[in-house]
Design a protein around this ligand. Structure first.
Ligand code: ZN
Length: 289
């Protein structure tokens, strides 16, 4: 009874923040593929948690936190980026059960390319194949549990965040056109968890992990403070990496703080419905027509 009540209350809160928006935009994004880019509208008091580069040994811990907090997020996955992935097959095979759980628990899964290379220095053909190969591998490994990775997060956010060169942006944008929907992050809400590797932190669980290590705790503090000091009730897309154990350790604190400030949480899929009133599948099909 108590659970049912809190769920309906939660739904009410979620829906109200989404329904207050009167913003709609037609699908004709002129500067590149449809999506969320820096400066685009976001629903107020809504946090989109996004996790790049996984799956890794830490992804199931991130899922545990999200489940406990009843929060849905978006994961941008790579099949062959994680070091060692090439040696022992691929990340999609190694973490198949984690990916199945991710989907079953209602998170959105997007394409972060096969090998995490910079679009700015790639030919349109290579960009396309990096996305297609990742999708193919995901489909092969996940089988009936797979699906279309419609949302795209360009590695390094490039060229939309890093590059000022308009010609490069144009070239990449036209290569991405019709390949899916782009989901960038809010610039000042990069958690910067990938800025450094502190002692006691690695991709894989093992003896090197020591969450009581001073540098590890300091990094957690740095991430926490930089994120929570900038929230003013605006919509935000936070960039995390589920390849860092500091991320899964700091995550509950960030979520709790955002909740205390009245934030609700949403996925890239929720964003499509909020902004365009369509599913990502409908929207991307229209875009590729
Ligand atoms: Zn990445």
């Amino acid at each position: 009874m108590k659970t049912a009540l809190s769920i309906s209350l939660l739904l009410l809160i979620c829906c109200s923040s989404f329904e207050t928006s009167t913003y709609t935009q037609q699908t004709g994004h002129t500067n590149g593929p449809i999506g969320y880019y820096e400066g685009d509208p976001l629903p107020p008091k809504t946090a989109f948690l996004t996790f790049d580069d996984g799956p890794s040994d830490w992804t199931s811990d991130v899922l545990d936190v999200l489940k406990k907090e009843n929060v849905k997020a978006t994961f941008f996955v790579c099949g062959a980026w994680l070091p060692k992935a090439n040696r022992i097959g691929n990340s999609f095979r190694k973490y198949k059960t984690v990916l199945i759980r991710m989907k079953e628990e209602g998170h959105t899964i997007g394409n972060h390319t096969l090998g995490h290379q910079n679009f700015a220095s790639m030919s349109p053909k290579r960009i396309e194949s990096q996305l297609d190969e990742n999708q193919k591998l995901y489909q092969n490994e996940l089988g009936e549990y797979s699906g279309k990775l419609i949302w795209i997060r360009p590695p390094f956010g490039s060229p939309y965040i890093r590059t000022k060169n308009e010609l490069i942006k144009k070239r990449v944008s036209s290569a991405l056109q019709g390949k899916g929907l782009v989901f960038m992050w809010t610039k000042e809400f990069d958690s910067t968890d990938s800025k450094e590797w502190v002692k006691g932190e690695w991709y894989e669980k093992g003896p090197r992990i020591d969450i009581d290590n001073e540098k590890f705790r300091k990094k957690m503090d740095r991430i926490y403070n930089s994120l929570v000091s900038k929230t003013e009730g605006q919509g935000i897309v936070i960039l995390f990496h589920d390849t860092h154990p500091t991320t899964k350790e700091v995550l509950p604190f960030v979520i709790e703080k955002l909740k205390a400030e009245g934030y609700t949480f949403a996925t890239a899929e929720d964003y499509t419905r909020w902004r365009w009133g369509k599913t990502s599948e409908e929207l991307s099909e229209e875009d590729s027509d």
